[in-house]
Design a protein around this ligand. Sequence first.
Ligand code: GLY
Length: 556
Amino acid sequence: MLKNYYIVLLFTLCWTITAYADTPKVAIASAHPLATEAGFEIIRNGGNVFDAAVAVSAALAVVEPTGSGLGGGGYWLLHRASDQFETVVDGREKAPLAAHKDMFVDSKGKVVPRLSLDGPLAAGIPGLPAALVHLSEKYGRLPLSANLAPAIRYAQTGFAVGNKYLKMLKFRAEVLKKYPQTAAIFLPDGKPPTVYAILKQPDLARTLTRLAESGRDGFYRGDIANKLLNGINKAGGIWSQQDLDAYRVAERTPLTGTYHGIKITTAPPSSSGGIVLLEALNILSAYDLQQSDDSTRAHLVAEALRRAHHDRALYLGDSDFIAIPIARLLNADYAAGLRSSLRADKALPNSYLSGTIAGQPEGDNTTHFSIMDAEGNRVAATLSINFPFGSGFVAEGTGVLLNDEMDDFSSQEGALNGYGLVGGVANSIAPGKRMLSSMTPTFLEDDQRIAALGTPGGSRIPSMVLLATLDFAAGNGPESWVQTPRFHHQFIPDVLEYEPGALTPDQQHKLAKLGHQLKIARYRFGDMQAVQWHKKTRSLTAASDPRGEGLGIVNH
Ligand code: GLY
């Protein structure tokens, strides 16, 4: 199907099969074969899994500009085997200091459509460049310049664009066309290129080189910063040098929980993903889902997700700005209380939890990669520029596509964002605040196995990670988690959404009878990347979602 990627795959396998004898065994799964290969290149050069994570993140910024990039942010969940240290590097974007609560609302008090999605006003201050520097300096073994070398090469020499890239490009072409400097990169001759055309990004190569040479100052100060500020502010943005100077990544303690003997380690706020995942699993922990028929299982999962997303809307936002009752939300007794309203014979209407507002979840972007070595060192990282190609805006001469993560704030209490997610004051816009995310990089561990996994997919991310966790609990491995049919409930809209083929007609009938409003998604969603380590045999496995065009492999 994807000729070029098979050629790359063959090339990659040749490299890995003939890898140096003393190269450590590592599993890498990412959304693009060249990003996976960038990780192995760094391992072969003596880097550790954290160096490889920097290389994969930077490579994805070049070869998957639809999902993440230097103009965006993300979360890197790390585990260091030597001392069992775990952390989350929170490189989520922040609202500019000139941002305010009503910046996307007109004089009549109405949210202006698309203002938080398209163009420079939609962009938060990027965290990815600072996170790459931080990860490399604090956890890596190699210099930043070595870790960025594959990405710089890909940007200079180009890569072959695939079908997924072209599908996303067509989806966002109207926005990209608005900005000549963006169109010049992604729409040569004013239109999308043909499949397998080579995309070179010399400006991005220069920006990455500045970062490699000067660390965070290479992006947040000097020439690149000036170009960003000039371009953005001329086009209606509100960034200042003070914003760039003030941006810092945060290190946060991961959230942990257990489900049927499995330890789950995942992302804390500023992402909602970990809380939604753990709260829903706590609700489900009283059931034996493996003994349930498929319809009952889907019903219980949907009802658990409904309740967890209800709490997301009420309580979650940037924990640096608001107090979040995390201990209560993740308490087993609290879950038991939520479970007491859960009936096996009936879906609970949203109106019993809160008022209902209709909305349309959209998009399937962002990106995820997972890396693990045979010592158990591991990384699960989910990165994003929000919608495909972010805000569509590139400041002249930088090659950096800016995010549109400002849409992940609640522009107004009760208003829906681009994913149909509702939010309240906890996630309202404030200067320097991080917008709430759904990204859910996660580790799973039982007495035999350890996994690192995650996926893109906007509001659907925690649901997908939850389904993979249940599949892990059923004893299945990465190949199964990434393939498992998916369904999703996010409280508002009050809809049980499922992938084509995920529910049989009989299951649909049974779920509708319980009162679920069913909606078939227009396409299969997610692009899960997963790796697993068997404690006893120390063997590694990797798998990449068949819905995408990625590559998950182990070097030998
Ligand atoms: N922008 C998607 C997310 O952070 O959840």
